[in-house]
Design a protein around this ligand. Structure first.
Ligand SMILES: CC(=O)CC(=O)O
Length: 247
């Protein structure tokens, strides 16, 4: 392979069959259980990277099922999202993510910088209860429950929030020298082509358990605020670099 060919075509690895193909990443019927809770704002300030600012003591714990995702197929995901502000714009910062699909982990980390680790999330209807679970290896680290489809939510407001809210990630790619990083950037991305197929609210509960390598309980629950269940189609847009920590 010629140097010019590499320069022109390199996007991801392996270069001849990348785990992160250069495609439009479309998600159909992504189903979310989002349980929002209050934690200690001082702990949030310790984990949210500047120049982002923490603007509340609220954490959103998500359990997601993605049955039809371009490039990734069918997989599940779970993680914590924090309410922040960048230059006066309110958005959401992805703190920890656990995913059961290597292609989604690899592409997510390499392209956008999603903080993805391998884990075992699930989202199922257990008789009358929408139930999210997250295991790290064999160990349960989160259980979320919500009454199934109690109250219909506002589809237009949910669509508008998903389309207009910036999402922030700290992308870190280590250097082969073992000294520092080749990439250390604050990334922003948006969701596009959003089609909200259903939104529900209802009574919700959440439990988090301590784990040395999957510290979801590092942001402990003081009070559960509420639960949201939604089903959405969208395109995951490529992002922008907002801040380069190496410059
Ligand atoms: C790359 C992805 O799969 C993104 C996501 O998990 O939301």
């Amino acid at each position: 392979m010629k140097i010019e060919q590499i320069k022109d075509n390199a996007f991801s690895m392996p270069i001849t069959t990348p785990s992160a193909p250069l495609i439009d990443y479309k998600f159909k019927d992504r189903e979310y259980l989002i349980i929002s809770y209050e934690t200690d704002i001082e702990l949030l300030k310790e984990v949210v990277p500047e120049p982002l600012k923490v603007i509340s003591n609220v954490v959103h714990f998500e359990f997601m099922k993605m049955p039809d995702s371009s490039g990734f197929g069918s997989f599940k995901e779970s993680g914590q999202v924090i309410e922040v502000e960048y230059n006066g714009r309110k958005g959401l910062y992805s703190h920890l993510m656990f995913v059961d699909d290597v292609a989604s982990i690899v592409a997510g980390r390499e392209v956008w910088g999603f903080p993805k680790k391998y884990g075992f999330p699930s989202l199922d209807v257990d008789v009358d209860t929408l139930t999210g679970r997250l295991k790290y290896n064999q160990t349960e680290i989160a259980i979320g429950t919500m009454g199934y489809k109690y109250f219909e939510g506002d589809i237009a407001a949910t669509k508008s929030a998903l389309e207009t809210t910036p999402n922030y990630i700290l992308k870190v790619i280590p250097s082969v020298t073992g000294k520092g990083t080749d990439v250390c950037q604050l990334i922003e991305y948006y969701m596009a082509d959003v089609n909200v197929k259903g939104v529900w609210t209802g009574p919700a509960a959440l439990q988090l358990f301590e784990h040395a390598l999957a510290p979801v309980a590092q942001l402990p629950i003081k009070k559960v605020i509420g639960g949201k269940h939604q089903i959405v189609d969208f395109t995951l847009s490529y992002g922008n670099v907002l801040f380069d920590y190496l410059k």
